[in-house]
Design a protein. Structure first.
Length: 249
C-alpha cells in the first residue's frame, strides 16, 4: 500500500509538472504569424496568409492570393486533360487572365508539440474569381476572330495536409504538403464582332466555340449576327500546395 501511494504521488506530481510546463509553453508562444507563399511566386501568384494559434491543437488562418494579368499557369496540364485538342490549345495560347482567391481555414495540429508546430489537417473554404478580356476565337477558316471578355467565380470546400516548423523565435516555415477542393462555379464571357455576321459566319463561329473542350463543367453558347456569348457552369475542382516563410509575433 505504501509503495502504491508513492507511485500515485509521483504520477500526480508528474502530471502537475507537465500541465504547468504546457501552460507556460502556451503563455510563451507567439500566437500570430504573417506569411508569404514563396512557392506561389513560381506560378505568377502573390499569396499571403495570417494564422492565429488558438491552443495546443487548434489554429485558424486566412489566405489571400492574387495574380495580375498574365498567361495561363499550368497550361500544359490543362491541355493534357483536354486531350491536346488543337482548338483548345489555340485559345489557351492566346489567353490572358487575372484572378484572386480568399481562403479561410481551421487547423488541427495532430502532433505532441502543437501551438502552431508539427503536422496538421486543415479543412478550408475557397472563393476565387477569374477575369479575362482576351479570350480569342478564330472562325470562318481562321480569317476572322472574336475577342470575348468576362468573369468566372467559384465556391469550393476542401482539405489540406501540412506541416509547420519554427526556425528560431521569429521565423516559421509552413509546408502545405497537399490539398484538394471541389465546388461549383459560374461565369459568362461575351464579345461583339466588328461587322454583321452572315448566317454562314454565325454557324462557323458557333462551331468554333462549341468545339473547344473543357476539362470540367459545361458551356452554353449563344451566337447572334452581332457577336457571341459563352456561359460556363458546373463543377470546379482544384489543388493546393505551397511553401511559406512567416514572421511570428
Amino acid at each position: 500500500m505504501k509503495r502504491t501511494s508513492i507511485i500515485l504521488c509521483l504520477l500526480i506530481a508528474a502530471c502537475s509538472l507537465y500541465a504547468q510546463s504546457a501552460e507556460q509553453e502556451a503563455g510563451n508562444t507567439k500566437k500570430n504569424m504573417l506569411k508569404l507563399n514563396v512557392a506561389a511566386l513560381l506560378l505568377k501568384n502573390y499569396a499571403v496568409q495570417y494564422e492565429r494559434v488558438l491552443g495546443r491543437s487548434a489554429g485558424v488562418a486566412l489566405s489571400f492570393r492574387t495574380m495580375p494579368t498574365t498567361s495561363l499557369p499550368l497550361k500544359n496540364i490543362i491541355l493534357d486533360l483536354s486531350d491536346d485538342d488543337e482548338d483548345t490549345k489555340d485559345v489557351l495560347d492566346k489567353l490572358r487572365l487575372s484572378n484572386y482567391a480568399i481562403t479561410p481555414e481551421f487547423r488541427w495540429y495532430v502532433g505532441s508539440r502543437g501551438y502552431g508546430r508539427g503536422f496538421y489537417i486543415a479543412p478550408y473554404y475557397r472563393y476565387s474569381k477569374f477575369k479575362s478580356n482576351n479570350v480569342i476565337y478564330d472562325f470562318n477558316n481562321n480569317t476572322e476572330s472574336i475577342r470575348l471578355s468576362g468573369k468566372f467565380s467559384s465556391h469550393s470546400g476542401g482539405l489540406m495536409l501540412g506541416a509547420q516548423w519554427f526556425l528560431g523565435k521569429l521565423i516559421s516555415l509552413d509546408w502545405w504538403i497537399a490539398g484538394a477542393h471541389y465546388g461549383s462555379g459560374n461565369g459568362i464571357f461575351d464579345g461583339m464582332t466588328d461587322h454583321t455576321l452572315t448566317p454562314q459566319e454565325q454557324a462557323d463561329l458557333r462551331e468554333s466555340l462549341e468545339d473547344t473542350e473543357l476539362p470540367f463543367g459545361k458551356k452554353e453558347v449563344t451566337v447572334t449576327a452581332n457577336g457571341a456569348s459563352v456561359k460556363l457552369t458546373g463543377g470546379w475542382p482544384g489543388f493546393r500546395s505551397g511553401l511559406t516563410l512567416g514572421f511570428r509575433f
